[in-house]
Design a protein around this ligand. Structure first.
Ligand code: COA
Length: 391
């Protein structure tokens, strides 16, 4: 006869004998090894400084670098771009899903739902090998901008625009969103911003993706989860808040007083501060002149927002010792390109998919389940009274 096991007869094992280190928000904790990027010496992707990549390469080359480990040759790039261009379409049911979503669905929520839905249609879904994950990564790289553009147009009652195979990632996105040929200077500015957004070590969304695949789950699940983490205003959602900040400051004549008041009220100025960078974010410095250049091309109202932003920066540095992160110029750049605010975080995602995918592949290549501990601060041990004896 089987022996009855009662809860009280279960062995009480101590989970660990050594004292556990605790760092709120995992600040300063090294949570894994990576050869994809480092923030130690400026930001480098696979060893290359991000500033050199922004200046001398395109986002398409950077996406290849992140996925395959090396910058592409002319031939490798052409083949990569051709594969990605071929994958620039959504299965019809995914596009239909956009019609079914409520009018108020945000573009980021729609993108997260689309990525989850795309999993069902991917022929490599059940295969978690590096080769299959590279194919899935290329497809998501191609499909995410299409999903953003299709959802945007459908939510406005417009007809989606077919992708153009000969265009780069940046150019095709602008073309699909607007339905018109994008100007070269806007394509280059967007391309640089995508390079700067493409990868950032163990940030919250990338770490989320790594945690998900560490259970031996799949790439689409990891990217769906990463999109959820990216959405928050302390992470990717910050770029959608930047113009609110700049507009609230009123203009160059009121910006200093507004910023001082906001700091006195202990408000968080979105687009400033960073968990790792405490003396400035190299990416913000690279994008700032590009945002101003496009603003200057767009007229005096845009220039006054740049001037306002400069004053806020000066006050934040002087009073708080705090510097802009990449979202600060990116939010203004996208505004200067006349793009609507709710697509800014999805645009971050259509770049970061390159980094997320590289991390998923790296995690799976030498996987160990990511399972930290919690520091218990709840009630001391107690026993359960039958319900009639409680209260
Ligand atoms: C990015 C961020 C979450 C990093 O935060 P963190 O390392 O956890 O720092 P903390 O939240 O512990 O903040 C430390 C102090 O700086 C202040 N602080 C942080 N960011 C601030 C900001 N953007 N504006 C004003 N004060 C800020 C906090 O209020 C806190 O002040 P206190 O010590 O007086 O309480 C934070 O800087 C922030 O919220 N920035 C705005 C959102 C943003 O731009 N996110 C994109 C990041 S790339």
């Amino acid at each position: 006869m089987e022996k009855m096991i009662t809860c009280s007869s279960l062995p009480m094992t101590a989970p660990t004998a050594t004292p556990l280190a605790y760092s709120p928000g995992l600040e300063g904790v090294v949570a894994g090894e990576t050869s994809i990027s480092t923030v130690e010496d400026g930001l480098r992707y696979r060893g290359y400084p991000v500033g050199e990549l922004a200046e001398r390469a395109t986002f398409d080359e950077v996406a290849y670098l992140l996925l395959y480990g090396e910058l592409p040759t002319v031939g490798e790039l052409a083949e990569f771009q051709a594969r990605v261009a071929m994958a620039r379409r959504l299965p019809e049911p995914v596009r239909q899903l956009f019609h079914a979503l409520p009018k108020w669905s945000s573009p980021l929520d729609a993108l997260r739902t689309a990525v989850s839905a795309l999993a069902h249609f991917d022929q490599d879904m059940a295969d978690n090998s590096t080769e299959a994950n590279l194919r899935k990564s290329e497809r998501l790289l191609a499909q995410m901008p299409v999903a953003i553009a299709d959802h945007y147009r459908i939510s406005k009652g417009l007809q989606p625009v077919m992708a153009r195979q000969e265009l780069s990632h940046a150019a095709n996105f602008l073309y699909m969103l607007r339905g018109t040929e994008p100007p070269a200077e806007e394509v280059r500015a967007l391309d640089i911003s995508l390079t700067l957004y493409a990868e950032h070590e163990f940030n919250a969304s990338t770490f989320t993706a790594r945690v998900i695949v560490s259970t031996m789950s799949d790439l689409h699940s990891a990217v769906t989860g990463a999109l959820g983490a990216l959405k928050g205003p302390l992470h990717g959602g910050a770029n959608e808040k930047v113009m609110d900040v700049v507009r609230s400051a009123g203009g160059p004549s009121t910006a200093e007083a507004w910023t001082l008041d906001a700091l006195a009220r202990k408000e968080r100025i979105m687009g400033f501060g960073h968990r790792v960078y405490k003396t400035g974010d190299v990416r913000a410095g690279i994008l700032k002149p590009i945002a101003r250049k496009l603003a200057e091309a767009g007229g005096s109202e845009l220039v006054q927002w740049e001037d306002t932003a400069d004053i806020i920066e000066t006050v934040m540095a002087g009073k708080k010792g705090m510097y802009p992160n990449l979202d600060w110029p990116a939010g203004r750049l996208y505004h200067a390109m006349n793009l609507e605010t709710p697509v800014y975080t999805p645009m971050f995602a259509m770049s970061r998919i390159a980094g997320w995918s590289a991390h998923v592949i790296e995690q799976l290549a030498s996987n160990r389940l990511i399972r930290p501990r919690g520091l218990y601060i709840g009630p001391a041990g107690r026993s359960v009274k039958p319900i009639a004896e409680r209260g």
